[in-house]
Ligand binder design. Structure first.
Ligand code: NAP
Length: 263
């Protein structure tokens, strides 16, 4: 067995998404208080599990904090005396700032904050990363390498995190809502629900894939599909009104304001 390198406090949905991105899982230890969940992860991935966060704090070099926000303080109370300056704590907990993490986990451990999204679980996540002054570029690079296995990463300043939370953190729900609206529109036009969903979903997926791979600017792409006098142009007359973009802007602003409130 190789030495323990990566640990997790909490082994829920997001932790599993990150775990999937780690090629060599023999160096992973996960603390999870639900026995059945720990057993499931050991069986599925062969990782070491423990119910004790202290065991992870004593063994792992890079540790992901992946519990729900309300559980952070109790984990911190247990592990704070054990954490050392050679260790990096990577928090994915929504709304918990580096200052709050520092207060909870103490001055010694190196701190990195990440805002991931649920698409991590499909290896297509978007993770924004910011680091406390005591985390070195090499620590940030290592976290980028780990999370890069589960999608894209970007290093930003912490002041951008409310906007990131609103856009990519909450974004999966907004795109799913758009898919729901497209599906319902298809059903109204007479399609079967499962067919309408497939058409909407594959179109959303394929469009994002094409835009990512081609790097094409959005306006020329939209105009290219909207042939004059054609069907898309007829549809866009209804969608391309100021109210539509205002609703999207208001949605993101409300999510960002809530993120700031929680911080
Ligand atoms: N889900 C998202 O889309 C998303 C996006 C961005 C950020 N995040 C952040 O990611 C974090 C994890 O979210 P999640 O959706 O993965 O939550 P989750 O599925 O509920 O996973 C958290 C796990 O940690 C366990 N746990 C709690 N306290 C523990 C302790 N002291 N020792 C060991 N295990 C403990 C929980 O067990 P119990 O159930 O028994 O408490 C649960 O199994 C949250 O802080 C959230 O803010 C989530």
């Amino acid at each position: 067995m190789s030495a323990i390198k990566i640990g997790f406090f909490g082994a829920g949905k997001m932790a599993e998404g990150i775990l999937c991105a780690i090629a060599d899982k023999s160096g992973v230890i996960m603390a999870e208080k639900v026995d059945a969940r720990a057993e499931e992860l050991t069986k599925k991935y062969g990782v070491i599990t423990t119910e004790d966060v202290k065991t992870v704090a004593e063994t792992a070099k890079t540790i992901f904090l992946a519990v729900r926000p309300q559980d952070m303080e109790s984990v911190a109370a247990e592990v704070k005396p054990l954490l050392k300056p050679t260790q990096t704590l990577v928090s994915i907990v929504a709304g918990k700032t580096l200052a709050k993490l520092r207060k909870a986990f103490g001055a010694k451990v190196k701190l990195i904050r990440v805002m991931p999204n649920l698409a991590l679980r499909a290896n297509a996540g978007m993770c924004a990363i910011c680091a406390a002054p005591n985390a070195k570029p090499v620590d940030v690079k290592l976290v980028q390498k780990i999370l890069g296995g589960a999608g894209e990463t970007v290093v930003l300043k912490e002041k951008d995190f409310d906007a990131v939370t609103a856009l990519s953190g909450s974004g999966p729900a907004y795109f799913a809502y758009m898919e729901e609206a497209m599906t319902e529109g298809g059903i109204k036009l007479g399609l079967k629900p499962e067919v309408a969903r497939l058409l909407a979903e594959q179109t959303m997926y394929g469009t994002a894939k094409f835009l990512r791979e081609s790097g094409m600017a959005l306006r020329p792409f939209i105009e290219g599909v909207c042939t004059k006098g054609g069907t898309t142009a007829a549809g866009m007359v209804k969608m391309d009104v100021p109210a539509f973009k205002q609703i999207v802007a208001d949605t993101l602003a409300a999510a960002a304001a809530r993120s700031a409130e929680l911080a």
